[in-house]
Design a binder for this molecule. Structure first.
Ligand SMILES: Cc1cc2ncn([C@H]3O[C@H](COP(=O)(O)O)[C@@H](O)[C@H]3O)c2cc1C
Ligand SMILES: O=C(O)c1cccnc1
Length: 404
C-alpha cells in the first residue's frame, strides 16, 4: 500500500465504541476507576478498533528497523557504527535483550534492514529493504531525500500490513541504529518546538563534553536544514482545531554551531501533501527527510500501517516517539491507535509523549531501544483488555453496587 493510500485509511477513534467501553467498565465488579490508567487503555483500544470490548491485542509482533546514520561521523555516540550490523546478527541469533523480552511475552521478532551501512547475509527473520548504506549527515544538510523517506515509510507500511496479514493483533516498534538518538532529538526539536538543550540526551552513555557537543550538533542540524532552532512546532494532535502553532522566531543556530559546518540545504520537493504544516511552514515529509534516519521513517510507516489496519501499536522509546511525531504530523488520527509502552531516560522522549498527549505505561529509566520498553508494556495492555472480556458485571455476579 502506498503512503497516500495508508494516510487515507487512518481514521480517528470511534466515540461510540469508547462510550460503550466506559459504560461497560462501570458495570464490572470493581469500584469505578479502580484500575486507574489501565481503564483508559481499554477505552483507547475500543475506540481504535471501533468495537467494545476491543479484540485481545495478541499475538504481538515486534519489528526492529535497523539503519545507520551519517551524523555518527560527528562523534555523537561512543559506539562504533559497525555495532548496528553486529546487533542485527545478534537479534537474528536470538541473543539481544529484545529477544529475551519478546520470548517472555510470546511476541514474534522481525528484523528489517532499511539502511545498515554494510552487507547482511540472507537470513530467516531478516527482511532486506535497504534504502541506502546509511543516511547522509543531518548536521550538513538533509539526511535523506524525500523519495528515500517515502520509500522507508512504505517499507514500514508493508511490514505492518504483512504482520497483520499473518495474524498479529498488536504491533510493537523496535529500532537499532548507532547515533539514532541524535536524529531523534533533532526530530523532537523540529516537531515540538523545544530547544535542543532540553531534549538531547546521553543516548548510550556519553560524558558532559560529548553531551554539549551533541546538543550543538542537533542545533546545527536544524540550521543546516533551514529549520528554526526553537520556537516553531507542529500543532499537537490534540490541538489541531486551534489554528497555527505558538510561533516565535528561533535564536540563530549559526551562533552555536561548531565551525566549518555547512550552510542551508535546498528545499526538497514534496511528494505526498498531508495538508499538515510543519516547522517554519515546511511539510512533515521534508522535515522527516531532513532530520530522520531510515528507521525513523520506517517506524513512522509501521505505525501508520498498524493504524490503517486498526491494529494497536505499542510505541517503544525516543526513536519511536520521534517517529510518531512525524506520523502524527502526516495523519493526526494515527495517535488514537498508539499506546506509549514506556518513558525512557532520554529527555526528548518525555517531550514527544507530552506533545502527542500519550501517557507511558512503564517508567523504569530504560535507555536501550530495540523495542524493549514496548515489549514490557504488552502484558499490561493485554490485562487492560482482558478485564473487559472476563470480569463479571454487578448484575451477572449478583454483587450489590455502591450506594448513591
Ligand atoms: C550494544 C548496543 C545494543 C543496543 N540496542 C539498542 N541500542 C540503542 O542505542 C543506539 C542509540 O544510542 P546512541 O545514539 O547513543 O548511539 C541505537 O542503536 C539504539 O537502538 C543499542 C546500543 C548498543 C551499543
Ligand atoms: O529512549 C530510547 O529508546 C533509547 C535511549 C538510548 C539509546 N537507545 C534508545
Amino acid at each position: 500500500m502506498t503512503l497516500r493510500e495508508t494516510l487515507a485509511r487512518v481514521v480517528a477513534a470511534s466515540p461510540s465504541a469508547m462510550a460503550q467501553a466506559r459504560a461497560h467498565q462501570g458495570r464490572l465488579t470493581k469500584p469505578p476507576g479502580s484500575l486507574g490508567a489501565l481503564e483508559e487503555v481499554a477505552v483507547r483500544l475500543a475506540g481504535a478498533a471501533g468495537l467494545s470490548p476491543p479484540p485481545m491485542p495478541e499475538p504481538a509482533a515486534l519489528a526492529i528497523f535497523a539503519a545507520d546514520h551519517g551524523v555518527h561521523a560527528q562523534g555523537v555516540s561512543p559506539w562504533p557504527q559497525e555495532v548496528t550490523l553486529q546487533m542485527v546478527a545478534n537479534f537474528l541469533a536470538g541473543g539481544a535483550v529484545a529477544n529475551a523480552f519478546a520470548a517472555q511475552v510470546g511476541a514474534s521478532v522481525t528484523v528489517v534492514d532499511v539502511g545498515v551501512a554494510g552487507e547482511l547475509p540472507v537470513a530467516e527473520g531478516l527482511l532486506s529493504r535497504k534504502i541506502a548504506y546509511g543516511t547522509a549527515d543531518l548536521s550538513q544538510g538533509p539526511a535523506m531525500t524525500v523519495p528515500q523517506a517515502v520509500a522507508a515509510l512504505e517499507a514500514g507500511i508493508e511490514v505492518a500490513s504483512s504482520l497483520v496479514a499473518s495474524g498479529a493483533r498488536c504491533l510493537i516498534t523496535g529500532d537499532m541504529g548507532i547515533a539514532n538518538t541524535t536524529a531523534s532529538a533533532a526530530l523532537v526539536c523540529a516537531f515540538t518546538g523545544r530547544d535542543a538543550g532540553q531534549v538531547t540526551g546521553r543516548g548510550t552513555g556519553i560524558d558532559d563534553a560529548t553531551h554539549a557537543h551533541k546538543i550543538a550538533v542537533v542545533r546545527q542540524a536544524l540550521h543546516a536544514n533551514g529549520l528554526p532552532s526553537t520556537g516553531l512546532s507542529t500543532p499537537a494532535p490534540s490541538e489541531l482545531s486551534a489554528s497555527g502553532s505558538s510561533a516565535s522566531p528561533g535564536a540563530g543556530a549559526a551562533d552555536l554551531a561548531p565551525p566549518g559546518l555547512a550552510a542551508s540545504a535546498e528545499p526538497q520537493p514534496v511528494l505526498a501533501d498531508s495538508g499538515q504544516e510543519s516547522p517554519g511552514g515546511r511539510e512533515p515529509l521534508e522535515v522527516l527527510a531532513a532530520l530522520g534516519g531510515f528507521e525513523h521513517a520506517a517506524i513512522a510507516g509501521f505505525i501508520l500501517g498498524g493504524a490503517a489496519a486498526r491494529v494497536p501499536v505499542i510505541l517503544d522509546g525516543v526513536i519511536a516517539g520521534s517517529a510518531a511525531l512525524a506520523a502524527a504530523a502526516l495523519a493526526p488520527a494515527v495517535i488514537d491507535h498508539c499506546v506509549a509502552g514506556h518513558r525512557s531516560a532520554e529527555p526528548g522522549h518525555a517531550a514527544a509523549l507530552d506533545h502527542l498527549g500519550l501517557r507511558p505505561l512503564v517508567d523504569l529509566e530504560l535507555r536501550l531501544g530495540e523495542g524493549t520498553g514496548g515489549l514490557l508494556a504488552h502484558p499490561l495492555v493485554c490485562a487492560a483488555v482482558r478485564v473487559m472480556h472476563d470480569v463479571a458485571t454487578f448484575d451477572s455476579a449478583g454483587v450489590t453496587e455502591k450506594q448513591s
